[in-house]
Design a binder for this molecule. Structure first.
Ligand code: GLN
Length: 187
C-alpha cells in the first residue's frame, strides 16, 4: 500500500514522517500522475485557501476531486478537513472545496484566544486518549446522516468518519503518536 500526502502547502512533511515510522510507503503528491500512483491520500493542515488555489492553478484539483469521490481512503486534517467538506463557512468568497465529506465546517471557529490549544481526547477505537493539537482549527457545525463522530473536543465533533474518509479538526501528525494514522490505515 502506498499513501500519498498532498504536498502543495502546509504540514505535509510531518504526516510523511509518521507514516514512515509506521513503515508505510509514502509519496508526496503534487500532480495527477503522482496521485494516480497511490492507494490512499492524506490532505494535511495548512491554509485551505492557499492549498485549493495552488491545486486549481496546477490542474491537480480535478483529479483530487475524482480521487476523494472514488471511495479510496482519505484523511483530511484541519485545512485538509476543510478541503473535504461539503460546505465551508467563513471561507473566502471564492474558496472552493471538494465537497466529498457531508459536513459543514466553520473556519477558525475557536476564536483568537483559543487560536491554538491542546486537549487529550478519547477516540473511538483507541484505548487511551489522543493528544489533539488544534491550530486555528475549524469546527464541524453540521453533520450529514452518514457521518460518524469518533472524537469530540468541548462537545463538538473533532474526528469524523464517512466511509473510508476521515476528517480531524486537529493535527494528529504533531502529536508524536502514530495511533490515529494507524486507525486511518486500518479502515
Ligand atoms: N485556518 C486554516 C484554514 O482555514 C486551517 C488551520 C490549520 O490547518 N491548522 O485553512
Amino acid at each position: 500500500m502506498k499513501v500519498g500526502v498532498l504536498a502543495l502547502q502546509g504540514a505535509f512533511d510531518a504526516h510523511a514522517r509518521v507514516l514512515d515510522r509506521l513503515g508505510v510507503a509514502t509519496v508526496e503528491v503534487r500532480t495527477a500522475d503522482q496521485l494516480a500512483d497511490v492507494d490512499a491520500l492524506v490532505l494535511p493542515g495548512g491554509e485551505s485557501t492557499t492549498i485549493s488555489m495552488i491545486a486549481q492553478r496546477t490542474g491537480v484539483w480535478g483529479p483530487l476531486g475524482e480521487f476523494v469521490r472514488s471511495g479510496r481512503p482519505v484523511l483530511g486534517t484541519c485545512a485538509g478537513l476543510i478541503l473535504l467538506a461539503g460546505e465551508v463557512l467563513d471561507g473566502r468568497p471564492d474558496q472552493v472545496s471538494l465537497g466529498a465529506l457531508d459536513v459543514a465546517v466553520r473556519r477558525n471557529a475557536f476564536g483568537r484566544q483559543l487560536a491554538s490549544f491542546e486537549a487529550a481526547v478519547p477516540v473511538a477505537g483507541l484505548d487511551a486518549p489522543f493528544r489533539a493539537v488544534c491550530i486555528r482549527a475549524p469546527a464541524v457545525v453540521r453533520l450529514g446522516a452518514g457521518v460518524e463522530v469518533l472524537a469530540e473536543v468541548d462537545g463538538h465533533p473533532a474526528l469524523v468518519r464517512q466511509g473510508a474518509m476521515m476528517g480531524a479538526i486537529f493535527h494528529p501528525e504533531l502529536a508524536d503518536d502514530p495511533r490515529l494514522h494507524e486507525l486511518f490505515l486500518a479502515g
